[in-house]
Design a protein around this ligand. Structure first.
Ligand code: CA
Length: 256
């Protein structure tokens, strides 16, 4: 698993892999990214994208959903098996199912075609800001067997390393630092994603993915609880009790 070790937010030091088969769109987006002083590699199909991702080690991937051969969702899934690189999915269909599928496969963010290249560059900068190490990182936090270290952007559960995407890490860090407080999806999308508005199912999907990684039984979550009709809460009351917590009869709010 390749993790992010960059230390600079300067675009000139950041390499973007742009995966787009429509040449006119690829040219326009590449020009905007180059103007913003990013280094840009372009792939016109999924297999080239995987090759370039491996050889160039980009800091972020912009991934078109509809590609010839290997589509964007499959590229994202394969990337996720070996890299933690942030992925912004570009979807042409704009249906909720399509966006959620991208997020399920490990995309950190998405934009819908037609999009403004300027907005895409802002999204890229926003995701990168969150994926780089801070110069003065916050101290590690440990709750309920989970150890989260902002300096290395790593999470372990009972000393077993977990592979989290950029946004999954940010969401978990936000909630672990505020145990037992309830946050609505609107509050989380503002605080964690930095969006003033956005598709709230983004939060739902990330919560579900986090649960699959941190919960003993993701369908009966003991840590990342749903507070029905309100939002989510990281529950620290269960801290360090062991497997018996599965029998506590809690978690009836797990439905989403
Ligand atoms: Ca396409």
């Amino acid at each position: 698993m390749t993790t992010h070790t960059g230390t600079s937010a300067e675009p000139g030091n950041r390499r973007i892999l742009l995966v787009e088969d429509e040449k006119t769109i690829a040219d326009v987006v590449r020009d905007y990214l180059v103007k913003a002083e990013f280094q840009v590699d372009v792939a016109g199909d999924g297999f080239t994208a995987l090759e370039l991702a491996a050889s160039r080690q980009p800091d972020l991937v912009i991934l078109d959903r509809m590609l010839p051969g290997l589509d964007g969702v499959e590229v994202c899934r394969r990337l996720r098996q070996t890299m933690s690189v942030p992925v912004i999915m570009v979807t042409a269909l704009g249906t909720e199912d399509d966006r959620i599928l991208g997020l399920e496969m490990g995309a950190d963010d998405y934009v819908t075609k037609p999009f403004s290249p300027r907005e895409l560059v802002l999204r890229v900068k926003s995701v990168l800001r969150r994926s780089i190490k801070e110069f003065t990182p916050e101290p590690p936090v440990e709750v309920a067997g989970l150890h989260l270290d902002p300096a290395s952007r790593t999470v372990t559960h009972r000393r077993v390393p977990l592979a989290l995407t950029v946004r999954e890490f940010d969401l978990l860090a936000f909630l672990m630092r505020r145990p037992n407080q309830v946050f609505s999806r609107e509050e989380l999308i503002k605080a964690v994603w930095g969006w003033d508005f956005g598709d709230l199912s983004t939060v739902t999907v990330h919560v579900r993915r986090l649960r699959e990684k941190i919960e003993a039984n993701p369908t009966k979550p003991e840590l990342l609880k749903t507070v029905w009709g309100v939002g989510y809460r990281f529950d620290a009351k269960q801290a360090d009790t062991d497997d018996v917590r599965l029998d506590s009869g809690e978690g009836v709010h797990g439905r989403q």
